[in-house]
Design a protein around this ligand. Structure first.
Ligand SMILES: Nc1nc2c(c(=O)[nH]1)N[C@H]1C(S)=C(S)[C@@H](COP(=O)(O)O)O[C@H]1N2
Ligand SMILES: [Mo]
Length: 263
């Protein structure tokens, strides 16, 4: 899809936030917003932080098209790893992911670990989008999760950060080479895009194992392989050189896929 179309709902909300976004975008130029003691900062650090990030992104970028419930025609077709067999994952699955913790670390001021309950209690976003796989199939599905922008604000990303790297539980590949862990990455702009969420829900139910339980990322303006399933760690980094083969993801390293899988 070369021309992402805003749904009417998305368009209306984009329009209605316009005026206040301009004000907030203006405020950003002042240093006091970075000062924790500032009253404005305290207001923005509450629920407004999310709106603030979303507004900034809406002004500078388009949303992937969103669909209606009636356009969901089938379940999300599992692809790639669908049942990870690593001991750590099997142990978590065994107890219904109650001891699961998402780790967020790397170049952040406050490295954090979050349980599924904690993630479910954060601001949530649901979106019905179309997943396009390079193998030539698409599925429309409803995804529910925490906007990654919200979490990035909580952990306080250091200024030198350029990428979010997603580490997964599953091993993939094989043949002559030993299996390696699936991983992916995106730049901070996509990480903060309003439709980039860490999804724990699919089509109104808990995210099933074949589709990446307990948590997977949705980066809606990119191709399916960017949307890492079975997330255990998100690492904020200034370069992709130190990860895997250095190309930013499993498929980029092993098959030469483009790092930017924009659609
Ligand atoms: N951890 C992990 N994430 C992954 C994959 C995988 O094999 N392992 N496959 C990718 C590919 S190619 C696609 S198309 C989607 C498939 O997501 P789905 O199984 O929910 O349809 O997950 C992506 N994320
Ligand atoms: Mo894919």
């Amino acid at each position: 899809m070369s021309h992402p179309v805003l749904s009417r709902r998305a368009f209306l909300s984009a329009g209605s936030v316009g005026a206040s976004s301009l004000l907030l975008a203006g405020c950003d130029r002042f240093d006091f917003l970075g000062n924790d003691e500032s009253r404005v900062r305290r207001v923005l650090a509450g629920t407004n932080t999310l709106t603030y990030r979303i507004q900034r992104a809406l002004l500078g970028d388009t949303l992937a098209r969103e669909y209606e419930e009636t356009e969901i025609r089938q379940g999300q077709r599992p692809n790639g790893s669908a049942d990870p067999q690593t001991p750590e994952f099997l142990a978590l699955k065994e107890n219904g992911f109650t001891s699961y913790r998402l780790r967020i670390g790397g170049l952040v001021e406050r490295p954090t670990e979050l349980s599924l309950d904690e993630l479910r209690n954060m601001p949530a976003r649901s979106q019905i989008t179309r997943h396009d796989c390079v193998e030539g199939w698409s599925c429309i599905a409803k995804w529910t999760g925490v906007p990654l922008a919200f979490l990035l604000d909580q952990v306080r990303v250091k200024p030198e950060v350029r990428f979010a790297v997603f580490h997964c539980f599953d091993n993939i590949g094989g043949g002559l080479a030993a299996p390696v862990s699936y991983y992916e990455s995106c730049d901070l702009f996509d990480a903060r895009h309003p439709q980039t969420i860490l999804a724990y829900g699919l089509n109104g139910a808990a995210l099933p194992v074949p589709n990446g339980a307990p948590l997977r990322v949705r980066i809606e303006r990119q191709l399916g392989y960017k949307m890492a399933k079975y997330l255990h760690t998100i690492e904020l980094a200034s370069s992709l050189a130190g990860f895997g083969g250095g190309q930013g993801g499993y498929w980029e390293d092993s098959a030469g896929y483009d790092w930017y899988g924009g659609i």
